[in-house]
Design a protein around this ligand. Structure first.
Ligand SMILES: Nc1nc2c(c(=O)[nH]1)N[C@H]1C(S)=C(S)[C@@H](COP(=O)(O)O)O[C@H]1N2
Ligand SMILES: [Mo]
Length: 198
């Protein structure tokens, strides 16, 4: 199984590459509309139920990469903090607190939405959003925030880094040509709006 780097997956850090990050001491603050706000450590994250999903990250810049993503489902995570019915959006913050993005709770609760730490059996490196990133295959890649340090459970929506710069708030995947990085960048068609299946 190939790594993201071997498939020449672009490395996007619009706010600047964060450099080396400390996986063992990584912490994610979970705040907002939940019964038990908490700071989740790396070991606590690994102690939660682990889920593997075979799915694609698909960028609005029209490339897509498929593999085995592993981590904790956002559903399990939200359950563990006692998410409140008033929570309507999940807002992710990347290290440095410059890049943020929010998704509707309904998408967060879908089976393939993860807080991911691994791809094809290897921990994610900093280039690809390690130690832990959002992975939301249902929407354009800019909703999959890298190197997440904070998750805010929100009662309302706020546009994030790319949404404020012109990308849609909904991030619905649209039809059109797309490079399949699993197939040496061959151009394939996304047939219609929705998750990419080729
Ligand atoms: N912090 C941060 N997260 C980010 C981005 C970014 O620039 N900074 N780019 C987003 C976009 S547009 C895409 S397509 C994916 C790309 O993930 P990759 O850089 O691991 O390939 O990350 C998303 N998450
Ligand atoms: Mo993207």
């Amino acid at each position: 199984m190939k790594t993201l780097a071997e498939m020449h997956t672009p490395i996007f850090w619009a706010e600047g590459h964060p450099g080396a990050l400390d996986r063992e001491n990584w912490e994610i603050k979970i705040t907002g509309a939940c019964e038990r706000p908490q700071t989740l450590s790396w070991s606590q994250l690994l102690a939660l139920p682990q889920t593997e999903v075979e799915s694609r990250l698909t960028s609005v810049t029209r490339w897509s990469v498929n593999g085995l993503w592993k981590g904790v489902t956002l559903k399990d995570l939200l359950q563990s903090v006692g998410v409140l019915p008033s929570c309507r959006f999940v807002r992710f913050w990347s290290v440095g607190l410059i890049y943020d993005t929010s998704i509707p709770i309904e998408i967060a609760l879908k089976e393939k939405s993860l807080l991911a730490h691994s791809f094809n059996g290897e921990f994610l490196t900093e280039d690809y959003g390690g130690p832990v990133r959002g992975f939301i295959p249902y929407l354009w890649g800019y909703k999959s925030a890298k190197s997440v340090v904070r998750i805010e459970l929100m009662e309302y929506y706020v546009s994030g880094f790319w949404e404020l710069r012109g990308y849609t708030d909904s991030a619905k995947i649209e039809a059109g040509p797309c490079l399949d990085l699993n197939d040496d960048g061959a151009i394939k068609e996304i047939e219609g709006p929705g998750e990419v299946f080729f």
